[in-house]
Ligand binder design. Structure first.
Ligand SMILES: Cc1cc2nc3c(=O)[nH]c(=O)nc-3n(C[C@H](O)[C@H](O)[C@H](O)COP(=O)(O)OP(=O)(O)OC[C@H]3O[C@@H](n4cnc5c(N)ncnc54)[C@H](O)[C@@H]3O)c2cc1C
Length: 438
């Protein structure tokens, strides 16, 4: 049995930013299903939005709401935008490097459905630049311990108070973590879909656990399909061709090499236009032509995409590549308030696994790293402020409650069946919500 003041499940950008913003005298345990580096935060390509200056507020707000079909929670959108500069300054102070011009000023790029350039980036590996730096900072802290290959399979809860988690370690052993506060930072649900840009091990485990424990979820049918993933017949994660390629001039074409949609419309609109074109042509993909961007800009701004496509036999400086839409992001999730608190006491949820309504029905490009970072910092602040209350709560509810390994072994003896059950719970919930909305 492990003990911690706070246990954080996940090691992506939201988990790390939460850990880094918690007080240094707290004992923090991060557990993560794979290695610390294998998460979607490391895959983010395009960038992270920021409020460029005060004059951009109305337009940033409107772009976010419009992309989300005005289903967004305006309060969350306001918080995300007004705190964006503050968290970017934190990132820079921790050592994250963004592209700068020759005078050292930050450079901004643009993606679909943004009415201006307001996205900071680091070549086409922005997520890796941010998350690897935060991971380095977290590893330097004496009060933060990271356990890799540890999968949460349940929580320990009594009377709607979370007292910690139950998981399986790398050797298949059941372990409990008792903690006064628990934070879910378990990312998206792409592993539940055949075609997804997400890592396959992101399977919505936290959402399934919430369903089992009566913790509220929100907007579960809001699943984003990204218009441009590299087309492949192979099983596995689909490689994303960042939206900023279209922001910089890449064009979508059908088999006759004719354009059929305005490339910078919101993601869902572009994805639907691609599906319609594929159906019309009876094909499994359409084409993305990056040549209008120019060879020099492709190689300097999109070196990762250039190399990856080259490995698959396509030189994007000279020829179009086959692309298809794929599941990409989950706007819905575990219902949280403006401080990222779930409907269970002593339990928070941050990042893609949580839903505070900021993205509405469709996420605006490059808002997710920002949302994850802003709201993880708010969770950390509230946990620190209310820690005395939570510790007291946990002591009262958890008194005399010991983790009995033998009972647990019996309860969780068939982990494959549990995995299947969780998968079905989440997919059924998505379907139920979709039908309710019709
Ligand atoms: C290819 C790609 C490109 C993207 N590009 C951008 C972009 O340019 N800009 C942008 O803003 N957003 C982008 N996104 C979205 C963004 O990267 C993610 O939404 C964000 O990083 C999610 O961070 P997170 O901390 O919530 O989750 P993640 O970084 O996915 O981390 C989830 C963590 O939870 C762990 N975990 C899951 N289940 C369990 C369990 N049961 N037990 C223990 N641990 C568990 C995982 O191992 C992982 O460490 C992109 C996403 C993808 C896939």
């Amino acid at each position: 049995m492990f003990k911690a003041d706070v246990v954080i499940v996940g090691s992506g950008v939201s988990a790390l930013n939460c850990a880094l913003n918690l007080p240094r005298d707290m004992d923090i345990l991060i557990v993560t299903k794979d290695t610390a580096e294998r998460n979607d935060s490391f895959l983010a390509q395009g960038g992270i939005c920021v409020l460029k200056d005060e004059n951009d507020y109305d337009s940033f707000f409107e772009d976010t709401m419009k992309a989300g079909h005005y289903k967004n929670n305006p309060e969350s959108v306001d918080i995300m935008i007004t705190h964006s500069r503050d968290v970017i300054n934190d990132l820079i102070a921790w050592g994250v490097e963004f592209e700068r011009d020759e005078n050292g000023n930050l450079e901004y790029t643009r993606e679909g459905a943004h009415s201006t350039e307001r996205i900071l980036f680091h070549a086409d590996i922005t997520g890796k630049a941010i998350t690897s730096t935060l991971l380095d900072r977290a590893r330097e802290l004496d009060n933060v311990k990271i356990i890799e290959h540890f999968t949460m399979i349940d929580i320990i809860a009594r009377d709607n108070v979370c007292l910690g988690i139950i998981g399986v370690d790398k050797d298949g052993r059941l372990e409990a973590v008792k903690a006064n506060c628990t934070v879910f930072a378990t990312g998206g649900i792409g592993g539940l879909y055949k075609d997804s840009t997400n890592y396959r091990h992101l399977t919505g485990d936290a959402q399934a656990i919430c369903i089992e424990h009566g913790i509220e979820l929100l907007d579960m049918d809001y699943v984003q399909i990204h218009p441009t993933a590299f087309y492949s017949k192979e099983y596995g994660r689909r490689f994303l061709i960042s939206e900023s390629c279209r922001g910089e001039g890449a064009l979508l074409k059908n088999s006759k090499m004719e354009r059929f949609v305005q490339e910078l419309l919101p993601r869902d609109v572009v994805a639907n236009a691609i599906f319609a074109e594929m159906e019309k042509e009876g094909s499994e993909h359409v084409w993305l032509d990056l040549t209008p961007i120019g060879e020099e800009e492709i190689k300097s701004h999109f070196p990762n995409i250039y190399e990856k496509c080259l490995k698959h036999g396509y030189d994007i400086t000279r020829e179009p590549i086959p692309i298809t839409p794929a599941q990409h992001y989950f706007m819905g999730g575990i219902k949280v308030d403006m401080q990222s608190k779930t409907t269970m006491d002593n339990l928070y949820a941050v990042g893609e696994t949580a839903c505070n309504g900021v993205h509405g029905a469709n996420r605006l490009a490059s808002n997710s790293l920002l949302e994850a970072i802003v709201f993880a910092k708010r969770a950390a602040k509230e946990i620190a402020d209310k820690y005395g209350y939570y510790a007291n709560n946990a002591t009262k509810k958890g008194a005399g409650m010991d983790f009995d390994k033998e009972t647990a072994k019996e309860k969780y003896k068939d982990l494959e069946a549990l995995k299947e059950k969780y998968k079905k719970l989440v997919l059924d919930e998505i379907e139920k919500e979709r039908r309710n909305r019709e």
